[in-house]
Design a protein around this ligand. Structure first.
Ligand SMILES: Cc1cc2nc3c(=O)[nH]c(=O)nc-3n(C[C@H](O)[C@H](O)[C@H](O)COP(=O)(O)OP(=O)(O)OC[C@H]3O[C@@H](n4cnc5c(N)ncnc54)[C@H](O)[C@@H]3O)c2cc1C
Length: 429
């Protein structure tokens, strides 16, 4: 099972994941072409692609594979960012905007092809996602998204009320945007499978090996952990939203948004014929959004913004029950089996960041709740940058300095307590 710290850290995913490859703590001083800090999708994808290109790679993970967002998320394999394509272009400008949209548009295809290539057992369902609108404002939002994605040639279709009802099994939505590129996975299994694939390509992965310092030494970098070290020419810092004190600026650049998931027991077959018969993953257009999806055993996983800390746990649980009853009245008496939560790293403008933290020390972070495809793609891009296939000028994101967002702590409190206030009253009125 693994990921042993807290039953609310990885919940269902820890219970149903495939086994992790056998790894251990770094206990010696070693050398590598590239040291990678963090074993989530970004670090593991970079490791896989670097090792595949013949580089000697050592991955150092402070906890376990998939301990961060990669083992806790909803498992929606999305194409693109959270933003509408026109907002991406406006924020990044035409050159970078086009590069990012094109790169991340291919993200799900790359994820699902890695799953096939390496035989990763991660409940992959490449059957699309449904972005659902419960009201007219939501429908207008989806109409605009459809128009913008179709202009880019993406297979994205706005479905009317009847088709939405058939694919969700719910009367709660007026329309849905079906993105045929996307799908779902078991997120922790995907992380473990990527790790196994990277190891099969020759990468070394050490868990329970928190990096405590990165120092310049003899023209390279000395990356230290409590019981061993790696001397490397390049370092990738792939710690993202779960960054600890090693590079606190990366954490401080992001506004943390808590997000929880609650899973039902497996639904009876009669319900499974009606609810998400094609197993698409769903989220809605509300400000405090709701997401839901099935796992392979037929459990419904429902999620929203909020933490499952002591203060607010019960409010979110009760909301989840009311929300499910509203969406699927037939689930009125359903019981929940597990719950977990994590933190999503938002940036002020909702686009990820590419940083050169020092010479030959690279990092891409801040995926704004869209990290399965982006982590996989940006990991691959970092590998290509280090292999010399890309220069900084060719990268899909501009190289920027770390900048802290204004009022970060206030915004984090608004996410946490605002979502609690919304869930306390929502569906009661
Ligand atoms: C609840 C939730 C729901 C989400 N839903 C979705 C979704 O449906 N679809 C989607 O695409 N994205 C989703 N996301 C976002 C996605 O999970 C993340 O963007 C993605 O996992 C980030 O991957 P990563 O490899 O960059 O970072 P992480 O997976 O966070 O990995 C960072 C790793 O670095 C390690 N680390 C930190 N400091 C050190 C150190 N000093 N030494 C060694 N190791 C260190 C951590 O232990 C961690 O394992 C969600 C996130 C959350 C939390």
């Amino acid at each position: 099972m693994g990921v042993t710290n807290d039953p609310r850290s990885h919940g269902l995913w820890a219970q149903s994941a495939c086994d992790a490859p056998v790894t251990g703590c770094l206990t010696q001083d070693t050398t590598a072409d590239v040291a990678i800090i963090g074993a989530g999708y970004t670090g593991l994808s970079a490791a896989l692609h670097l090792a595949g290109a013949g580089r000697k790679v050592v991955v150092l993970e402070g906890q376990e594979i998939g301990y961060g967002g990669s083992g806790r998320n909803v498992g929606l394999v999305n194409a693109g960012l959270w933003l509408m394509p026109s907002d991406v272009m406006r924020t990044l400008g035409q050159t970078y905007g086009e590069r990012v949209l094109s790169l991340l548009g291919q993200g799900p295809e790359v994820v699902f092809s890695l799953v096939r290539k390496y035989g990763i057992m991660c409940e992959a369902e490449p059957t699309g996602t449904l972005h659902c609108a419960p009201d007219h404002a939501g429908v207008r939002n989806l109409q605009q998204r459809e128009k913008e994605w179709q202009q880019l040639g993406a297979p994205v279709t706005l479905l009317g009320e009847g088709e939405t009802r058939r694919l969700t099994g719910s009367n709660a939505y007026r329309a849905a945007l079906l993105d045929a590129r996307a799908g779902t996975i078991q997120p922790l299994s995907y992380a473990r499978g990527l790790a196994a694939a990277a190891m099969a390509e020759g990468a070394e992965i050490h868990t329970a090996s928190p990096v405590s310092s990165v120092y310049r030494e003899d023209g390279g970098w000395l990356v230290r952990t409590p019981r061993g070290s790696v001397k490397a020419q390049w370092v990738i810092v792939a710690t993202n939203t779960y960054t600890d004190s090693l590079w606190p600026e990366i954490r401080e650049e992001q506004i943390h948004l808590p997000y929880f998931n609650i899973a039902t027991r497996p639904l009876p077959p009669a319900c499974l014929n009606l609810i998400l018969p094609k197993k698409q993953g769903v989220w809605d257009t509300r400000e405090v959004l709701t997401s839901f999806r099935l796992d392979q055993a037929g459990r419904l996983v429902v999620g929203s913004v909020g933490s499952l800390g002591m203060i607010e746990r019960n409010i979110h649980r009760q909301w989840a029950h009311r929300a499910l009853t509203r969406i699927y009245p037939m689930l009125r008496d359903i019981t929940f089996e597990s719950e977990w939560y994590g933190r999503i790293g938002m940036t002020v403008d909702s686009v990820p960041r590419y940083h050169r933290l020092d010479e030959q020390v690279l990092s891409i972070s801040g995926f704004n709740g869209r990290g399965i495809s982006p982590g996989t793609m940006f990991g691959q891009i970092l590998a290509r940058r280090i292999c010399g296939e890309l220069t900084d000028a060719d990268m899909p994101l501009p190289l920027t300095n770390i900048r802290q967002p204004p009022l970060r702590i206030a915004r984090e409190n608004i996410y946490r307590f605002g979502s609690t206030a919304v869930h306390a009253v929502f569906d009661r009125l």
